[in-house]
Design a binder for this molecule. Structure first.
Ligand code: GDP
Ligand code: MG
Length: 236
């Protein structure tokens, strides 16, 4: 059975094309891949014609937010479209900025096909060379998430993950910006008995992705967003 990939995109061109080409290369091996691409209000809209063309085992569904809402909102849009599109053996989330590779999407999808409900990527077991300051922030985030969710996971805020359909249905995302990564773990923990595993993955850190990606101060905004949801959010 085929695999769905939920992919947020914000102002990526070259890295997006490379990421998609990588997925197209593994599509047949996965029994088919559909990428649900959500252009989160990029300044220059993603042009579907400029993306890798479909093959019998690979297709891309493009949606666009008219304004920039944030990575969480983009994944939520992709989640809703993918669930409505059909049944997939696994639903993988991955970034489009070149930090995530197709080989890890395969490993995560295989973990779900093998019986896991949720497979979280663990960059500390793969080949990632995590910058020092980032590693400290992630260690703090890991401790925070362990207390908040009770899930004993070794990585935090890693965009590489995969879900079974029944798990994805239980994880609506209400955090529009970057706090969704913690929110997803809270919802997984509350969803009842789900089989959760961690899978080694590699997050690629380059000067370009570090310059464009979140700064360590983003952690403060994440805490503020989580506190707001806790205080004022709807119970779901
Ligand atoms: N920074 C940012 N990225 C977004 C947004 N919407 C979607 N994305 C995508 O989300 C992914 C991760 O973003 P990034 O800033 O690299 O996060 P980081 O890897 O955690 O530092 C990328 O593929 C972006 O293209 C947004 O509003 N801001
Ligand atoms: Mg990034």
């Amino acid at each position: 059975m085929a695999v769905a990939v939920l992919m947020p995109v914000f102002d990526e061109v070259a890295a997006l094309r490379r990421t998609l080409a990588g997925l197209r290369d593994v599509a047949a091996e996965l029994g088919g891949v559909t990428v649900f691409l959500v252009d989160d209000g990029s300044e220059i809209p993603v042009a579907p014609d400029a993306l890798p063309p479909p093959t019998p085992s690979f297709r891309i569904v493009v949606a666009r937010h008219g304004v920039n809402l944030g990575q969480g909102a983009a994944i939520e849009t992709a989640r809703q479209i993918a669930l409505a599109d059909g049944d997939f053996a696994a639903y993988v989330t991955m970034d489009s900025d070149g930090q995530h590779g197709a080989e890890d999407a395969v490993a995560l999808a295989r973990a779900v096909e093998g019986g896991a409900d949720v497979a979280f990527g663990n960059r500390f077991l793969g080949g990632s060379r995590v910058p020092f300051v980032r590693a400290i922030v992630l260690a703090a985030a890991r401790t925070f998430e362990r207390h908040l969710t009770g899930l004993r996971l070794a990585d935090a805020h890693n965009g590489l993950r995969a879900f079974s359909r029944r798990a994805l249905e239980r994880v609506p995302i209400r955090q529009n910006r970057m706090a969704h990564a913690t929110e997803i773990k809270q919802r997984v923990a509350r969803a009842g008995p789900l089989a959760v595993v961690e899978v080694p993955v590699t997050v690629r850190y380059t000067a370009e992705t570090l310059a464009k990606g979140q700064s360590s101060l983003g952690a403060v905004v994440i805490l503020r967003d989580l506190a707001q949801q806790y205080l004022f959010g709807e119970a779901e």
